[in-house]
Design a binder for this molecule. Sequence first.
Ligand SMILES: Nc1ncnc2c1ncn2[C@@H]1O[C@H](COP(=O)(O)OP(=O)(O)OP(=O)(O)O)[C@@H](O)[C@H]1O
Length: 258
Amino acid sequence: MALLTVKNLTKNFGGLCANSNISMEVASNELVGLIGPNGAGKTTLFNMLTGVYEPSGGTILLNNGDHEVSIGGMKPYKVTAMGIARTFQNIRLFKGLSVLENVKIAMHKDVHYHLAQAIFRTPKFYQEEARMEKQARELLSIMKLDQKSGELADNLPYGEQRRLEIARALATNPKLLFLDEPAAGMNPQETAELTELIRFIKERFQISIVLIEHDMSLVMNLCERIYVLDYGKMIAKGTPSEIAVNQKVIDSYLGEEV
Ligand SMILES: Nc1ncnc2c1ncn2[C@@H]1O[C@H](COP(=O)(O)OP(=O)(O)OP(=O)(O)O)[C@@H](O)[C@H]1O
């Protein structure tokens, strides 16, 4: 059974069909790319898969151990609780909080103390706070941000803010992670480092990752399988080498063989 199974997913905005009968699967511990021209419907698909948009039609099934759960139309916080996390094309951090606080806040859904224990500062409260702090620092270390833990998120350079977003997503303990243009605005050196980091995260946490990206070197290097959207329709799927020579994909997006 696949981890994620999408069948005939459709999203209409008035007369515009942004996603039309999209079907796709993501296996456990798989790294999948989603590519296509601007306006093809990639972010709309992510938004439906993470509860931001309600689908106009179709189903989204998430494997929950021994059975599949239909998550289409679920609220985003419930989707997060089911084990799905994401980052956004336009970075969304708590800019006035420190790097460490940004990660700790994202862990909130897994906190194991009650309000009364927090108010009266019981041993359980301190124990849980210490556990979260340790886990947050480990995530920052993995994302190479441990030296920046006390800085305001707003003061980080762009590439580091993108890595902090990934740390925050990982802090929710996902089994499936969606990354929306993780390399946007990065230079080639930063992109190469990010490529290795994403590969490492997949293995370290044994999770599945689906990423939208326009940087073809990252996509072709990293992804095991690729889906291609064009005008809201899934026009191709395959391995990077299959996609690179797919004539429909070359015509609509790649322009020439990559
Ligand atoms: N909330 C919305 N209301 C109306 N139209 C929308 C909405 N969100 C997206 N669209 C439209 O749906 C289409 C697909 O947009 P989407 O952002 O999903 O494309 P994309 O493939 O992610 O593009 P890009 O690569 O530029 O980020 C576009 O025509 C867009 O204008």
